[in-house]
Write a protein that binds this ligand. Sequence first.
Ligand SMILES: C[S@@+](CC[C@H](N)C(=O)[O-])C[C@H]1O[C@@H](n2cnc3c(N)ncnc32)[C@H](O)[C@@H]1O
Length: 285
Amino acid sequence: MSSGDLSKAWNRHAETYARLGAPFTGYMAQSLFAAVAGRLPKGARILEVACGNGELSRAAVLHCLEEGRSEGVRGSVVATDFSSEMVELARRNLSVLGAGDVVRCEVQDGQALGFEAASFDAVFSAFGIFLFPDRQAGWGEAARVLRSGGLLATAVWRGPEDNALLRLQMEPVMASLPDRVRASIPRPSWLDITTAEGLVKEVSAAGFVEPEVSVFDAVLTAPTPRAMWSMMRESPLSGPLFATCSREEIAAVESTVLSTFEALSGGADRPVRFNASCHFLVARS
Ligand SMILES: C[S@@+](CC[C@H](N)C(=O)[O-])C[C@H]1O[C@@H](n2cnc3c(N)ncnc32)[C@H](O)[C@@H]1O
């Protein structure tokens, strides 16, 4: 899929993601910011790549505002995403902070950023660069726009063996997809960086040094089994799995997924909880 088609797919998913996904990934993204905030220089110029509806940037803006009050020096935040709908949601989300010129939101492809070299002290990307078709370009652009010694912080899902969220979502899907479809699914390349070793190897190859990886666990709560299925069905990540399925084939997957989730939740109208696990990586340019 071209970058343009992918950004359109995220545009279509933006509202659902903001409602169901971002309250959870947003908590993890804000925790990623908190894990690094103490190391930021005063008045840091902060970039968020693939910001979604701006949850990490929200934490960054609050940090800058507090810094302005307590230190008299205020940093700045640029929240970017290649989906114009996501950027609009981020703009709305951040506008309530009354942060004025501390923050701006821009449509930017993280694989080809329109910023000068060395324009930022820190680049953050929570569940963003890891899914780019050209991750090397994503890490490379983060390195280019960081000043020497600047900080990269990123969150990347751990693989299904360590991450019940992925396992519980994908097992019923894979078990019920027709053989023809299952056989045609390519191995997602981001599985290469679901381990700490794989992630460190990749960002080191992009020129980052002093990598530190930690595990971060959280519990995702979906309001109902069907709400989680709807998100999976629509998401640009899992939705394409069903592109060549007939209506009957999708109904069969839906039935398997819903009964798996209902067994976890205890009923169709009950919340379903998934233990999720990711890596936080922090490194220097
Ligand atoms: C899983 S969401 C994560 C959003 C947010 N960081 C969070 O933690 O909630 C992935 C985001 O990456 C964005 N994205 C995907 N490819 C991108 C690219 N090449 N450049 C910029 N953003 C991209 C999508 O539009 C989407 O907002």
